[in-house]
Write a protein of this length. Structure first.
Length: 317
């Protein structure tokens, strides 16, 4: 792309996969999180920084954007961008890109995997065998999945991919979102409480951010009921974690499968100790194939910008 002193300079605000770092280093001058680790170096480099590379959990607030007078583009490695102040960027004429679509299948696969693992108690069964408990008698019965009623909080690309998989399990699918989705054949409910009351399994796959913070609260969990299961593959902020712990402790709901948490990677001990929850460390898109595709799209958006071509996946709002 460029060489020598004309290489565009980028600020990395989050840890990135080695294959993406290697590709970026070939074309750009990188400043890796110096805004946190070395304020003096950041102050010196800030006037020259033309791009920011983030991941889905990174924070790029208005204050940071204001410190980068030459900023031209923000490229996010991830589908979520709730940590990016998109209005502040757009007010400066700075486009933001993300990596949608390429991770739909992986997140949908994990959602179904967590649903089955939680209902059928697969991790608990694994521990049962490893501890030689089987020799003392059979494990307790679990909950059937096929034919169950599935509710999706969110019906975007990933929500639709989850629904398609659920149909193979002969599940009845319903959903809630800000408004009914045109062309979606599933039953629509106006809010999460109404949806939770009508289903056996509630899967959360709505964007994070202030608009959905605490959306899944005690009222929703109460509506889901003592035979209901919650799966969250969205953002930890969408679920009221304290209310969820209480619901799991007291049998308000039967169980939960969680890939995301309020303060990652710090998962409350109270949640980790519960026997009726399955926990995974935010691995929704965590396959080599998908992460490499995400990295390539992150790079391709930057390359498109700096070579004067249209961005591949700009964020609209």
């Amino acid at each position: 792309m460029t060489s020598g002193t004309d290489r565009p300079e980028l600020l990395l605000v989050a840890p990135l996969m080695p294959f993406l770092l290697d590709q970026l280093r070939q074309h750009y001058t990188l400043h890796d999180r110096i805004h946190v680790s070395d304020p003096a170096a950041f102050a010196a480099a800030a006037p020259r920084i033309r791009g920011v590379v983030a991941n889905g959990e990174a924070k790029v607030p208005r204050e940071l954007i204001a410190q980068l007078p030459a900023l031209e583009v923000i490229s996010v490695f991830g589908v979520g961008y709730d940590g990016i102040d998109v209005p502040a960027a757009h007010a400066r004429g700075v486009p933001v890109t993300n990596t949608p679509a390429v991770l739909n299948d992986d997140v949908a696969d994990l959602a179904i995997g967590l649903l089955i693992a939680t209902a059928r108690r697969i991790p608990q069964a694994d521990r049962f065998v490893r501890a030689n408990e089987w020799t003392h008698g059979p494990i307790a019965l679990s909950r059937k999945v096929t034919g169950g009623r599935l509710g999706l909080v969110g019906m975007g690309r990933i929500g639709q991919a989850i629904a398609e998989r659920a149909l193979a399990f002969k599940m009845e699918v319903a959903y809630t979102s800000r408004s009914p989705r045109a062309g979606v054949p599933y039953t629509y409910y106006p809010d999460p409480v109404a949806l939770a009351a009508a289903v056996d399994f509630l899967v959360v796959i709505t964007p994070g951010g202030a608009a959905t913070k605490g959306l899944i609260d005690a009222r929703v969990l109460q509506a889901l009921g003592p035979e209901g299961y919650l799966v969250n593959v969205a953002r930890g902020s969408v679920v009221d974690e304290a209310a969820l712990i209480e619901a799991l402790r007291h049998g308000t709901i039967a169980g939960a499968g969680l890939d995301v948490f309020a303060n990652e990677p710090n998962v409350p001990e109270a949640l980790r100790a519960l026997p009726n929850v399955v926990l995974t460390p935010h691995i929704g898109s965590g396959t080599r194939q998908t992460r490499e595709a995400m990295g390539q799209l992150t790079f391709d958006n930057l390359h498109a910008h700096f070579t004067g071509r249209p961005l591949l996946t700009p964020v609209d709002a």
